[in-house]
Design a protein around this ligand. Structure first.
Ligand code: MN
Ligand code: MN
Length: 277
């Protein structure tokens, strides 16, 4: 399913607009996350569940929920710039963009577009990894580096990271330098609240979840959040969510399509949250 350019003109204000970004060239350990978007859609529409979020919003009949399809990168010489430009176009239409990755390297491109439109907004980042490397294996666009770029470029008003369980000295220094608020798994407790003042962007790396719940990720990191933990935190957010991404789902590592279904569930909850301020 590729992007239908004509549908760009029909986007309504505040419509939740889903785009797939099947791009994983900046992954380090293994590729495969580019295959994510079609598998998440397949799970969403497979008929085993309805299209309602847990608060009863039916995305199946919701006119402010649209899936534009997947971007294409075959001819693109600057994929990250192309992502920024396309998201920028959607934001001009006052859409709220829900991005399906792809690996985490795409998030700075998305946030550059958000920054152009809104200035600095709050960012809530769920991940096993802080993704704060200055550079990784010689690549500053690596999926290990996105939040270093985001903080250097001052794209975020506040960055709160939740689910972290792989902090190392280099990234700890980076976190301190940039003033990142890190809630690591050692100190995380159910019911913790993150009080944001003002609009929010949510970046959700699927490996924030424990591999028991989401085995379909490139970097298995035990000791993570349950699906319920994550849903409860998303549902508790009480500020407008202007955009979100779900990244790092790798179908090549999935087991019986379970992770695809978890991603589809999170997509429904995020979409519902984005619809209701
Ligand atoms: Mn990540
Ligand atoms: Mn991660």
């Amino acid at each position: 399913m590729t992007i239908d350019a004509q549908r760009l003109d029909t986007i309504e204000k505040n419509a939740i607009t889903v785009i797939g970004v099947p791009y994983d060239e900046n992954s380090t350990y293994m590729q495969g996350a580019a295959g994510g978007p079609p598998k998440i859609r397949e799970a969403l529409h497979c008929g085993s569940a309805n299209l309602c979020s847990e608060d009863g919003v039916d995305l199946g009949v919701q006119t402010l929920f649209n899936d534009l399809g997947d971007m294409e990168f075959a001819q693109s010489s600057a994929p990250l710039d192309a992502i920024q430009q396309f998201v920028g176009k959607l934001l001009e239409k006052e859409a709220r963009v829900l991005v399906l990755g792809g690996d985490h390297a795409i998030t700075p491109a998305v946030l550059r577009a958000y920054h152009e439109k809104f200035g600095r907004i709050n960012v809530l980042h769920f991940d096993a990894h802080p993704d704060l490397y200055e550079s990784f294996e010689g690549n500053r666009d690596s999926h290990a580096c996105p939040f270093a770029r985001i903080m250097e470029e001052k794209l975020a008003k506040r960055l709160v990271q939740v689910g972290i369980r792989t902090m190392n000295p280099h990234q700890q220094n980076q976190a301190e330098k940039f003033g990142v608020e890190v809630v690591d798994m050692q100190s995380w407790r159910p019911g913790m609240r993150f009080d944001f003042s003002g609009p929010l962007y949510i970046s959700l790396d699927m490996d924030a979840l424990d591999p028991a719940f989401a085995p379909g990720v490139s970097h298995h990191e035990p000791g993570g959040l349950s699906t319920r933990d994550l849903l409860t935190m998303i549902q508790a957010i009480d500020v407008p969510v202007l955009g979100a991404d779900i990244v790092e789902f790798n179908p090549l590592r999935d087991v019986s399509g379970m992770t695809a279904m978890v991603a589809a569930k999170l997509m429904k909850e995020l979409a519902s949250k984005m619809l209701n301020d």
